[in-house]
Design a protein around this ligand. Structure first.
Ligand SMILES: [Zn+2]
Length: 255
């Protein structure tokens, strides 16, 4: 079996997140824990980047935990960006060959079974999105079963899949709720208000800097001018209000 060295004292989240960023939307195994409790704790922190700077900013990563032959694996993926990433379903239904259980039964058959979308060996996503029909010939009849490829490289054998489908499918631990999707209101004032919600005591100066980053140079300059006239006393929220007041007809054509 594999060496025990996989239990690293300090999981390398920096490397995991770098890999995840390279292939947005694809799941990467970030760490392996001897206990599912610690794995779940970390999985809850990942989407919030709570005490886990490698996963900043909050909302950039998703995580789930799954059984691994050597413990509990933490899988993460990078989701920040405009386009939605495909949802990983909990279950997949596939057609497999099943020649019957009873002794003396020689017929061939196909049954549809439902199994987890997590690889039983490493917990990585099974190739639920790679399922293709495969025709085979047996005793003068044609049958169709499904084939799929797991990204982790582990191969699912039909016998194991059948056995798995016959176990009670326990509900998976709920996936951590991803942090707030990008603000619907992407006006400069809306951006500031959204950012200020997550940053207690955000100052107008920080709001202006954020607008710089988003290319709203004029609005940033407007805030700075107002900030000077108020002798530096202006919160981010006041800056947003100021922009609203300054530009009441910003809707629609604003850019
Ligand atoms: Zn696997």
């Amino acid at each position: 079996m594999k060496s025990r060295s996989i239990y690293r004292a300090n999981p390398d989240h920096a490397t995991a997140t770098a890999m995840a960023r390279e292939e947005r939307g694809h799941w990467v195994m970030a760490a392996l824990y001897p206990s599912s409790t610690s794995a779940k704790t970390v999985a809850r922190r990942v989407p919030l980047a709570e005490m886990m700077p490698a996963y900043e900013p909050a909302g950039a990563y998703e995580a789930y935990v799954a059984q691994h032959t050597d413990g509990t694996a933490l899988w993460v993926r990078y989701v920040a960006g405009e386009e939605p990433v495909p949802v990983l379903p909990d279950r997949m239904s596939v057609r497999i060959r099943h020649d019957g259980d009873g002794p003396g039964y020689s017929g061939s058959g196909v049954i549809t079974v439902t199994v987890s979308t997590r690889c039983p060996q490493c917990g990585g996503p099974r190739g639920f999105d790679t399922v293709i029909p495969h025709r085979f010939h047996h005793d003068g009849d044609w049958y169709v079963v499904d084939r799929w490829a797991n990204r982790c490289g582990h191969v699912d054998m039909y016998d194991a899949v059948l056995a798995e489908s016959r176990q009670v499918l326990l509900p998976l631990a709920p996936a951590p709720v991803p942090v707030p999707s990008p603000p619907a209101d992407d006006s400069p004032a809306g951006l500031i208000l959204t950012a200020a919600k997550g940053r207690r005591g955000m100052h107008a100066q920080q709001a202006a800097r954020m607008l710089d980053v988003h290319g709203h140079d004029e609005d940033a300059a407007r805030i700075r001018a107002e900030l000077r006239s108020r002798n530096g006393h202006m919160s981010a929220k006041q800056a947003a209000d100021y922009l609203h007041a300054w530009s009441p007809v910003a809707e629609g054509g604003a850019q």
